[in-house]
Design a protein around this ligand. Sequence first.
Ligand SMILES: *Cc1c(COP(=O)(O)O)cnc(C)c1O
Length: 357
Amino acid sequence: MLNFTVGPVMASDTVRVIGAEQVPYFRTPEFSEKMLENERLVLSFAHAPKDSRVVFITGSGTASMEATVMNVLTPKDKALVINGGSFGHRFVQLCEIHDIPHDEINPVPGHDITDEDLARFDNKGYTALLVNVDETSTGVLYDIRRISRFCKRNGMLLIVDSISSFLCDPFDMEALGADVMITGSQKALACPPGISLIVLSPRAISRVMDNKVKSMYFDLQDALKNGERGQTPFTPAVGILLQINQRLKEIEAKGGVDAEIKERQMIASDFRRRIKDLPLEIFSHSLSNAVTPLHPVHAKAYDVFTILKDEYQIWICPNGGDLRDRVFRVGHLGALTLQDNETLCHALHDLVRRNLL
Ligand SMILES: *Cc1c(COP(=O)(O)O)cnc(C)c1O
């Protein structure tokens, strides 16, 4: 199997070995130490400001998106959501469910946000902005520095779903003034799904502390308190947290977050170079190193996904909804090599030869 989806993705052999081991009991100093190490490495890779904290949630990325909306925002806020695809739409739904007053900006799918889009919302009393910095559904990487400038000049909280972008594209929480950064275990962390994590700036932490959330499992005050000693309120996905520990330490040993991003960029640009003579158009006008969204000019996108899966044992990522027949995505996350790109492109050329692409 060769997996070019956007998650779950292929894990390194050392991470997979941990998955085969017995899962240890976790209320121990040994596990706490690994958790504190996880927190330290994530804070460093996110360039989080001093006194930031990380909360590890057992649940997929959406669990952390929801926990963030519930704990950091209140009905007294006025939020602005950038909604350019299905993950932006998810933030809108979460604001609706949790009674957070909000408005949307809707960039054209496949396009970045512009200064004009944002300027319409200057000085209108907004208190927070929510964005999925890589809108993975369309593969658009928003210009986070532009968004950061807008938030700074309006004194707004900046809440960033970086789930597919963390470890792929440069992201500096401190320089951007970002208050929340969310990611998940099954994207560039290249571990099994089941853990998501929330990095909270001091400003976000004080919001959590002032808020009384109506939830037991998503009570971030409780999570932060337990986290001080490297623990979680309830039984976490212990095995995945140990795999994350292995992966984070490997990234550190190989030169840290900058080296990891360089590697992603190398894999992504190699793939984009190789497909230049194929009947495929890049759908997004602003690309992340995480994923390349492609529109097959002659074929139905979903059919390409099915044929590659069934006849070549290669998994690319289909799109749902309106884009199902128009767009598929090729992810660059996880333990992929240049050789793997070559294998995929060989299969795509074979489809052309067979009149299937
Ligand atoms: C994958 C992803 C999520 C989380 O989805 P889950 O299925 O809940 O893990 C959220 N936002 C973005 C941008 C993603 O790429």
